[in-house]
Structures are given as structure tokens and as C-alpha cells.
Design a protein around this ligand. Sequence first.
Ligand code: SF4
Ligand code: SF4
Length: 73
Amino acid sequence: MKGHISIDRERCKGCGLCVHFCPRQVITVSKDLNQKGYYPAEPVEAGEDAKGCNACTICGIVCPDVAIEVYRD
Ligand code: SF4
Ligand code: SF4
């Protein structure tokens, strides 16, 4: 299954759980602070990872701030 995610960078507190638990390693930490002063998670740029998101929803489940939406493509 293929999918993609959307992360609300202003809700994210940069805890890194989604980065740690994504089995496809397609989430990384932004180099830019959000307005609250956290480095938010962001999807890895398209094309950088050949495997890609499989819409497993793990990131959305582990996120304590409900900042991630998962879509099936
Ligand atoms: S849905 Fe699964 S594969 Fe896709 S970004 Fe989230 S944890 Fe990674
Ligand atoms: S789990 Fe949620 S709050 Fe934590 S880094 Fe990921 S998107 Fe941000």
C-alpha cells in the first residue's frame, strides 16, 4: 500500500516519536523552528527514499499531539 502524511508543524512539539517509530524512515526533523520554538517533524522529501510511506498509520497513533494525518494513495 502506498500513502503519504501531512504534519501540522505548528501542533508538533518535536518529540521525535514519529521519526523513531516510522518503519519506512520517511519522517525527519525540520531544520526550521516552528512558532512555538520547536523543531517539528516533516515528511522526507519525495524521491529521497525509494520505499516511501505505506500508510501504516503508526506515526499518527504515536503522536501525542495529534499532529499527523495519514492518507492512502
Ligand atoms: S504512515 Fe507509517 S510509513 Fe507512513 S510516515 Fe507514518 S509511520 Fe511512516
Ligand atoms: S510524534 Fe507528533 S509531536 Fe512528536 S515529533 Fe512527531 S509530529 Fe511532532
